[in-house]
Design a binder for this molecule. Structure first.
Ligand code: SF4
Ligand code: SF4
Length: 277
């Protein structure tokens, strides 16, 4: 979400709105639509953003805006417990930053979030677990490397994916990669390519009720598990990454190839980082 007053410490990294190139709207329900493809979300956010100033001339018009969006857009969700907020849109003309159309910065200082499903206090004060559990280096790495709202939101909220990747490369390097170094090529591109697996992973389960390691059944959510035994294979060292990528392996050969792909990403980064020490 988008706090009005971010914490003042200089060490604080604002994951929701880190810079002018991207932002995250995951906890506003961005990826909880049954169709959360980039094209579909782009279309929704673009339409709402254009509609908002046309309809909302005063706070009294917000109800009408909400009804119009909710009745015009497809409302099917992956997980019915998580609300998909109709006030999420684009904050900039270049459509690089998703964010709250009710935020005071979008409304000449007037905070309109009282009308939202979660209420102003929650919208303003919510910091997701990534703020707590990602290290400063992990946060900086993603902020330095990813420049696309769609991918950034998917990755910054996937703590397992981020931690597993940096643990694997750190174990090999015997040190934590310095985030500043990831701003330069080829390292930037190599890290980016790894996280882009979120978009292009060939073994991703296409089921609508999957997101990352989770699968949903009505109001229930569960963590998936890969049936290594059924595939006649041992538990993979990449298990947490496979789950984050919502993997499904029909055959053992697929699992083996998937391990090779991930190993290739780790090796390429370690080799390039070592060459630039
Ligand atoms: S999921 Fe986290 S980073 Fe994303 S908008 Fe919410 S609080 Fe911010
Ligand atoms: S009103 Fe909606 S878009 Fe705005 S911060 Fe709250 S949940 Fe997010």
């Amino acid at each position: 979400m988008q706090p009005e007053n971010v914490k003042p410490e200089s060490s604080f990294i604002h994951l929701c709105q880190p810079d002018s190139c991207k932002s995250c709207g995951a906890c506003c329900g961005l990826y909880n639509y049954a169709d959360s493809s980039r094209e579909s979300l782009l279309h929704r956010l673009r339409w709402r953003t254009a509609l908002f100033p046309e309809i909302v001339k005063s706070p009294d018009d917000l109800d009408h805006f909400s009804s119009l969006v909710r009745s015009s857009e497809e409302q099917a969700r992956r997980y019915e417990v998580i609300y998909c907020c109709e006030y999420l849109g684009f904050l900039d003309a270049g459509e690089k930053r998703v964010g709250c159309l009710l935020h005071p910065l979008q409304n000449n200082g007037t905070d309109l979030r009282d009308v939202s499903f979660y209420g102003r206090e929650l919208c303003d004060g919510h910091f997701c677990p990534s703020y707590t559990y990602l290290t400063r280096e992990e946060k900086q790495a993603l902020v330095f490397v990813l420049e696309d709202w769609y991918l950034y939101g998917l990755c910054i909220t996937d703590i397992d994916l981020v931690k597993s990747y940096f643990r694997l490369v750190s174990d090999r390097l015997l040190t934590t990669p310095r985030p500043e170094k990831l701003k330069a090529e080829p390292l930037r591109n190599l890290v980016q390519k790894f996280f882009e697996l979120k978009l292009v992973w060939p073994y991703r389960d296409p089921a609508v009720n999957r997101l990352g390691k989770y699968y949903f059944d009505g109001s229930q959510y569960m963590i998936d598990r890969i049936d290594y035994e059924g595939l006649g294979w041992k538990k993979s060292r990449f298990d947490s990454i496979f789950l984050s990528l919502s993997s499904r392996f029909p055959r053992r050969e697929d699992l083996v190839t998937a391990e090779q792909i991930l190993q290739g990403h780790i090796d390429a980064f370690v080799e390039a980082y070592s060459a630039h020490l």
